[in-house]
Write a protein that binds this ligand. Structure first.
Ligand SMILES: Nc1ncnc2c1ncn2[C@@H]1O[C@H](COP(=O)(O)OP(=O)(O)OP(=O)(O)O)[C@@H](O)[C@H]1O
Length: 304
C-alpha cells in the first residue's frame, strides 16, 4: 500500500491528551444541550492478522476529527475501509485486528463508555410484534440504569421518538416480512432511536441508508442531521453512494480509497471536486489547500 499522504504528516493542531477541550464554548450555544464530544484521531493504522500470522494493512495512517453538532461522512468504494475506521474509532475492532495511532475524546485518551457513544449497525433486529412506542419504551426500561425512575425512562424514550420524527407512527406495529408494518426508513429510525436513549454524545452509524430508496434515505439522514444540529451530538456515519440531497446534509467528509485517506474537509468544497480533482488529490497529496482545510477544521477543536 502507498505511503501516507503528507497532509497527514502536516496535521498541526493536536489537542493535548492532558488538556480537555471546551466543548460547550466551541458549540457557541447553538445547541440545546451541547452533549456532543470532539473526537480526533491521528495516524490510525489497522492491520488484520490471519490464522497463519500474515498481516494485511487495512487502514494506513488515517487522521481526522469529528465535531459536536456535525455529521462527518466516511465515504469510499466498497472495501475502502469505512466500517473498519468506524469500528476503530468506536473501540469495536475485532480480535484479529491490530490498531495503532491516537484516538482522543475531548482531547483525552480514554475509552468510550456507555452513554458517551452509541453504534448503530447495518442490521435491524427489532421485535416485529410490538408497536414503535412499545419497543422503544421497553428498550428504555432495559437499557437505562435501574436507579432512574420509570417515568424518567419513559420520558427519555418519548423524547428520542420525537427526535427521530417517529411520533406519527408511534402506535404502529413494527412488523416484518409476514405482517407488514412500518417502512424500511422508519425501521432504521427506530434502530437509531433505541441507541439515542442513553443520550450519547457520539453516534456512529454504519450505512444508515443502505437498502432504502433515495426519498427514505434522505428522510433518515435529515433527522440525523437535525438531531446533531439541535442537540450537539457528534455523528460519524459510513455512507455508500449518497444522493446529492443526502450529501448536502453532511458537514464534513472523510474520503477513503484502498485504506488511505484521500480527502478530509468540509463537504461544500468536496462537492466542487470533479473526478479529475479527486484523482489529482490521490496522486498529488501535497496539495496546500487540503492542508489548510484540514488545519481549519481541526483548529477549533484545539482552541478550547
Ligand atoms: N478481519 C479481516 N481480515 C482480513 N481482511 C479484512 C478483515 N476485515 C476487513 N477486511 C478487509 O479490509 C478491507 C476494508 O473492509 P471494510 O469492511 O472496512 O470496508 P468498507 O469500506 O466498509 O466496505 P463496504 O462498503 O463493502 O462495507 C476490505 O478489503 C476487507 O476485505
Amino acid at each position: 500500500m502507498a505511503m501516507a499522504s503528507p497532509v497527514l504528516r502536516r496535521w498541526t493542531p493536536t489537542p493535548s491528551p492532558t488538556t480537555p477541550l471546551n466543548v460547550a464554548s466551541s458549540i457557541g450555544g447553538e445547541h440545546e444541550t451541547g452533549r456532543g464530544v470532539f473526537l480526533t484521531w491521528r495516524d490510525v493504522s489497522v492491520t488484520a492478522v490471519d490464522e497463519k500470522g500474515r498481516h494485511k494493512l487495512i487502514l494506513d495512517q488515517i487522521t481526522g476529527c469529528a465535531r459536536p453538532g456535525q455529521v462527518l461522512a466516511l465515504m469510499g468504494a466498497s472495501g475502502s475501509g469505512k466500517t473498519t475506521l468506524l469500528d476503530t474509532l468506536s473501540g469495536r475492532l475485532g480480535v484479529d485486528m491490530n490498531g495503532t495511532g491516537d484516538i482522543l475524546i475531548n482531547g483525552r485518551r480514554k475509552r468510550l463508555s456507555y452513554g458517551t457513544s452509541a453504534y448503530v449497525t447495518q442490521e435491524n433486529t427489532l421485535m416485529t410484534t410490538l408497536t414503535v412506542r412499545e419497543a422503544i419504551h421497553y428498550s428504555a426500561q432495559l437499557q437505562l440504569p435501574g436507579s432512574m425512575l420509570l417515568a424518567k425512562k419513559l420520558a427519555r424514550a418519548d423524547r428520542a421518538i420525537r427526535e427521530m420524527g417517529l411520533g406519527a407512527v408511534a402506535s404502529s406495529r413494527i412488523g416484518g416480512r409476514v405482517c407488514k408494518g412500518i417502512s424500511g426508513g422508519e425501521r432504521k429510525r427506530v434502530s437509531i432511536c433505541m441507541e439515542l436513549l442513553a443520550s450519547p454524545g457520539l453516534l456512529f452509524l454504519d450505512e444508515p441508508t443502505s437498502g432504502l430508496d433515495s426519498a427514505a434515505a434522505y428522510h433518515v439522514m435529515a433527522h440525523i442531521a437535525r438531531l446533531a444540529r439541535t442537540t450537539g451530538t457528534t455523528v460519524v456515519a459510513a455512507v455508500h453512494q449518497p444522493s446529492t440531497e443526502v450529501f448536502d446534509l453532511f458537514n464534513g467528509l472523510c474520503l477513503l480509497a484502498n485504506g488511505r485517506m484521500v480527502y478530509f474537509g468540509p463537504t461544500p468544497e468536496a462537492a466542487e471536486l470533479s473526478n479529475e480533482d479527486l484523482n489529482s488529490i490521490i496522486s498529488i497529496s501535497t496539495n496546500e489547500d487540503l492542508v489548510d482545510e484540514y488545519n481549519y477544521l481541526t483548529a477549533s477543536s484545539s482552541s478550547g
